[in-house]
Design a protein. Structure first.
Length: 427
């Protein structure tokens, strides 16, 4: 059989791992693909750098764009970034009739529809299993395995950095800043962690999963995003008292004929599958209508799991049969409006730091009642004289807008010493 010729742009942790696997397991992968897999070109910033895979005998290009003009059948883009050379390479490769495999969630979240149209126009495929949840085969499951009854909701822990930080905060009682510094030292967090801890990385991945689940174009602008920077050890301890854990979730769900997409810290019950995804792992829960709920978990980042997902896409591309990027032809992707997420209803965890003086609790309760927020349970703890005290409440199911209205009024009081914390409670 004619070999599948592969060009790899980007030879970092993942790219080097992909090259190593293609070289090390050539015979077995060829049997899987039905034809030999041959690396015919590579490109990276530093030719002299030592890598997991020995690419010294493979044709080198200083300019990644040259790979789009090469004799490769598949271009693997592992450079990253939503613009610049990564976008140029993917567009050029697709325009030149080459299949593309990528782990670039930012690029697809922003330009996914245009790239899907370009792939279809040129009769090639664009695959991105590694972009959504590392080694978890969630893209294939949503695109092919859970289509009979449709998908009502997808929720997941999609960022290993945040999950590691929250897990360590819970186990050690330490604060966010201290655990973040440790995560950076261990390589779990970037030197600039804003995209991870601010929720942006999760938003990119959620936009892709939502597009496949609901048959829409990725709509990153419609994703409401909140990170974990404000979560305190007190919040984690109180969550435990109520039988919950705090996790950063990406949640996409149908609301009538609209879609609500959110990234936010959420309280999940300790007995739930998502609550027990610990450390740097990822986990995704899919509500597939009459088929029921399905849970997927595994390593969401790193060389081995991500390279594994890239290799799986390369092997699938070897068939030469293009498939729609987001599960259906680009022209038929639904244009579902974004739901007003503030009307979504759930119980809420609320924490107030207040002066321990008469009338404070009554005032808070009054503001909540005026906004239509009903309290289910409450904890109040004393502190040293002169220090603020914490008042923690769990509400009955209430729309986010109502809770926000109450908290705005409560925050105006000079007896409230810090911004109130509100966290939704997921099943």
């Amino acid at each position: 059989m004619k070999p599948l010729r592969i060009a790899i742009a980007g030879l970092g942790t993942v790219g080097g791992g992909v090259a190593r696997l293609l070289l090390l397991r050539a015979a077995e992968l060829a049997a899987r693909a039905g034809r030999p897999l041959e690396i015919v070109g590579v490109s990276a910033r530093d030719r002299k750098k030592r890598r997991a895979g020995d690419v010294s005998a493979i044709a080198w290009s200083d300019d990644p764009l040259a790979l789009a003009q090469s004799d490769a059948d598949v271009v693997v883009e592992l450079i990253g970034g939503e613009e610049g050379i990564a976008r140029q390479l993917v567009e050029a490769a697709l325009a030149n009739g080459k299949h593309v495999v990528t782990a670039n969630k930012a690029l697809l979240a922003k330009h996914g529809l245009a790239l899907a149209e370009l792939a279809e126009k040129n009769g090639v495929t664009l695959k991105f299993e590694a972009a959504a949840a590392g080694g978890i085969p969630i893209v294939k499951a949503l695109r092919e395995g859970l289509i009979a009854h449709g998908v009502d909701a997808v929720k997941g822990i999609l960022n290993g950095t945040c999950n590691y930080i929250l897990t360590e905060m819970e186990s050690s009682g330490r604060g966010f800043a201290e655990v973040l510094k440790e995560a950076q030292a261990k390589g779990y967090a970037e030197a600039d962690p804003a995209l991870d801890v601010g929720g942006g990385d999760t938003a990119h991945k959620l936009a892709l999963l939502s597009a496949i689940a609901f048959g829409t174009a990725p709509d990153l602008a419609a994703v409401a995003v909140e990170g974990i920077e404000h979560i305190t050890p007190d919040d984690i301890a109180f969550a435990s008292e109520f039988g919950f854990r705090i996790k950063l979730l990406g949640v996409a769900r149908r609301m009538g004929n609209k879609i609500d997409q959110k990234v936010h810290p959420a309280m999940v019950r300790v007995r739930s599958a998502l609550a027990n995804v610990s450390g740097a792992a990822n986990g995704v829960m899919v509500d597939a209508g009459e088929a029921g709920s399905f849970f997927f978990a595994g390593r969401g980042a790193g060389e081995a799991p991500t390279a594994s997902a890239v290799i799986a896409d390369i092997v699938e591309a070897a068939s030469g049969t293009p498939s729609p990027v987001f599960g259906r032809p680009a022209a038929s992707l639904a244009r579902l409006d974004a739901a007003d997420g503030k009307q979504a209803v759930s119980p809420w965890y609320l924490r107030f730091e207040v002066l321990d003086v008469p009338g404070v609790l009554a005032a808070i309760a009054g503001n909540l009642a005026e906004a239509g927020v009903s309290i289910e349970s409450m904890i109040q703890r004393g502190r040293a004289p002169g220090e603020p005290v914490a008042i923690v409440m769990i509400t009955h199911e209430t729309a986010q807008a109502s809770v926000e209205r109450a908290l705005k009024a409560i925050s105006a009081s000079d007896k409230v010493r810090a911004r109130p914390c509100m966290i939704p409670m997921e099943a």
